[in-house]
Design a protein around this ligand. Structure first.
Ligand SMILES: [Zn+2]
Length: 155
């Protein structure tokens, strides 16, 4: 007697936004209700299907080397406000010296942040009439949820 082959039940999978590694329920490591950790690259990504946010930051050559080897570091400042705040500024488009970027910051980094926009809303710096959006994110958040690449090394 020939046994009719049954269609295999599809296994649910989750693809890492950073490296493309495919996870099955057996290899899944859940960090929170909304985020998973990739078993290959160890970065976190949302469990819901989404695309990463594309953000930019201009840094000096030394800073770029440090970010690419050891990761982002928090910086503190008052930034013309009356309170000290720490973190790393990132924006939705590349900024230049007219927008407060030091002249020595010639390396443009593209940061692909695998987070839901709602989860970083507390870190946004809003300002009337600004032509871009800007966040001051904790370095630890970028180091766990983002991939970085150098876009250009000249202004
Ligand atoms: Zn990965």
């Amino acid at each position: 007697m020939v046994r009719r082959s049954r269609k295999p039940i599809p296994t649910p999978t989750w693809v890492c936004l950073h490296c493309g590694h495919i996870h099955t329920p057996a290899t899944l490591r859940r960090l929170t209700a909304d985020y998973l950790q990739c078993e290959n690259c160890k970065l976190a990504f949302p469990s819901k299907k989404t695309s990463p946010m594309k953000l930019f930051r201009r840094v000096t050559t030394e800073e770029a080397n440090r970010i690419l080897t050891v990761g982002f570091e928090d910086k503190a400042g008052t930034y013309l406000t009356n309170q000290k705040r720490t973190g790393v500024f990132v924006s939705t488009r590349p900024l230049d010296c007219n927008e407060g970027v030091p002249l020595a910051a010639i390396v443009l980094l593209e940061i692909r942040l695998a987070m839901l926009e709602a989860d970083i809303s507390d870190y946004e710096w809003t300002e009337e009439g600004k032509s871009y959006r800007e966040w001051q994110l904790p370095a630890a958040m970028l180091n766990s949820y983002a991939t970085v690449r150098v876009v250009s090394t000249t202004i």
